[in-house]
Design a protein around this ligand. Structure first.
Ligand code: GNR
Ligand code: NI
Length: 194
């Protein structure tokens, strides 16, 4: 159980390209497990490796409902192989852009090819919040943030505020605190929105 510090804008690492994962060994699986621990603690529905300062093509996702079973999905070297013409809007947030939420338009459905934590190649189709989340995470692997999909006016406002804070107080990394495991009767303490 290792929760890693999450980087916050304007950290340079959030704007860089990432390197493909070359081999799936126990070090990589430990990294993936740390990413799940960090994501669940935040709490978030996804986390990309650059958000903890690791410039690799790797992300984790879990969009399961708060009172359901966890459905952890590790995406190694993911690629979108198809996306729908149809788009949809979803209000997005990002653990690396604290306290800011905005509607983003993206393809409503996608097909994504990736290697799983066990090393097997997989292809899945996603829609709804699952499709949104995967696209948000894949963007991170190319240094792209959800604010790049909103108006320049709003983006500049968010970015400038973060730069001001950075100049005054330095890098704003934060380490989420562990959350109790989900059990019967815990539901009321979980937030409705992630
Ligand atoms: O926790 C998160 N919630 C979220 C909500 C709407 C669209 C995307 C996301 S991903 C985000 C976690 C995060 O920053 N992943 O990179
Ligand atoms: Ni994000």
């Amino acid at each position: 159980m290792t929760i890693r510090p999450i980087l916050v804008i304007p950290d340079d690492k959030l704007r860089q390209e990432t390197e493909p994962v070359e081999k799936i060994d126990s070090d990589l699986q430990t990294l993936i497990d740390d990413m799940f621990d960090t994501m669940y603690a935040a709490p978030g529905i996804g986390l990309a490796a650059p958000q903890i300062g690791v410039l690799k093509r790797l992300a984790v996702v879990d969009v399961s409902k708060r009172d359901g079973e966890q459905v952890p999905l590790a995406l190694i070297n993911p690629e979108i192989v198809w996306s729908s013409e149809e788009t949809s809007f979803y209000e997005e947030g990002c653990l690396s852009i604290p306290d800011y939420y905005e509607e983003v338009e993206r393809p409503a459905r996608i097909r994504v090819r990736f290697t799983g934590r066990d090393g097997t190649e997989q292809e899945i189709e996603a829609d709804g919040v699952f499709a949104t989340c995967i696209q948000h995470e894949l963007d991170h692997l190319d240094g792209v943030l959800f604010i790049d999909h909103i108006s320049k006016l709003k983006r500049d406002m968010v970015w400038k505020k973060a730069v001001k804070l950075f100049k005054r107080e330095g890098p704003q990394t934060y380490t989420p605190k562990p959350k109790p495991p989900r059990a019967e009767g815990d539901e009321a303490e979980m937030p409705d929105e992630l």
